[in-house]
Design a protein around this ligand. Structure first.
Ligand code: ADP
Length: 243
């Protein structure tokens, strides 16, 4: 559904992504896990078409910057960018018009109820707390329900109720055949959610495993993460440490 092939992105002398390749299966959840600065946002922004890069990215077989690919892509950015002079409801209205959605009011009601924004409908973008801004950001990204949804660090700033709802919604979207790529640097935030995990560090994909492969391997995701990014698991004493 999404193919990233030999993608390299440099910001001046900094190589943020170095020959990155991966494939997302339709109707699956893939977690892009990596420490801060690993290159996760850069890959997301390359897929969505915000950045120029070397290599090839296709969505449903279409090059990522084509109209066909854009129709298939949704993006929930790490930093919400809301309009200070639009209310919460007007943001949803604005997005629905941009996507030419019809019959969406029930979906808006459901998202507002689930993310506890019902009583905030009349508030302006700049009157919302950071957490509420992030919730509206998520509602905006979920309203059109495109085929492939990129969620960049979506749990940051959310309260426990919103995190629970978002996880449930991700599972519901998967059961409706949507394909998702979720980036995070917090291992615990993704726990039972994923079908495949890509571990990224210093601009490269260091591990690409399915849940079954990891279970067969006998390691936890945390162990794999530290093996890959630091060369040892938390349980494995570092060389010389036992002496
Ligand atoms: P992550 O999302 O995993 O935290 P990023 O993709 O944001 O990582 O960053 C990867 C690398 O690229 C980092 O070294 C970061 O400092 C650098 N970088 C990101 N954006 C820019 C930019 N606009 N200009 C220069 N360097 C950048």
């Amino acid at each position: 559904m999404l193919d990233v092939t030999h993608v390299t992105k440099k910001y001046g002398k900094v190589t943020a992504c170095d020959d990155v390749s991966f494939h997302l299966e339709p109707g699956s959840v893939t977690v892009l896990l990596g420490p801060n600065g690993a290159g996760k946002s850069t890959i997301m922004k390359s897929v969505i078409g915000f950045l120029k890069f070397e290599g090839r990215i296709t969505v449903g077989g279409y090059p990522n910057k084509t109209v066909e690919a854009r129709r298939l892509l949704g993006y929930i950015p790490e930093m919400p960018s809301l309009y200070p002079n639009l209310t919460v409801s007007e943001h949803m209205e604005f997005l629905a018009r941009a996507y030419r959605l019809t019959g969406y009011s029930g979906r808006v009601d459901e998202l507002f109820r689930r993310f506890e924004l019902d009583d905030k409908r009349g508030k302006f973008g700049d009157e919302l707390s950071k957490g509420m801004q992030q919730k509206l950001n998520i509602c905006l990204g979920l309203l059109p329900e495109p085929g492939v949804i990129l969620l960049d660090e979506p749990m940051i700033g959310l309260d426990p109720h919103a995190i629970k709802e978002l996880k449930l919604i991700i599972e519901e979207l998967r059961s409706r055949g949507r394909t998702m790529l979720v980036s995070t640097h917090i291992i615990d935030s993704v726990d039972m959610l994923w079908d495949r995990t890509l571990i990224m560090d210093h601009g490269a994909i260091r591990a690409n495993v399915t849940r079954q492969e990891l279970e067969g391997d006998g390691r936890t995701l945390e162990q794999l993460f530290f093996d890959v990014t630091e060369g040892h698991s938390p349980e494995t004493p570092e060389e010389g440490a036992a002496e």
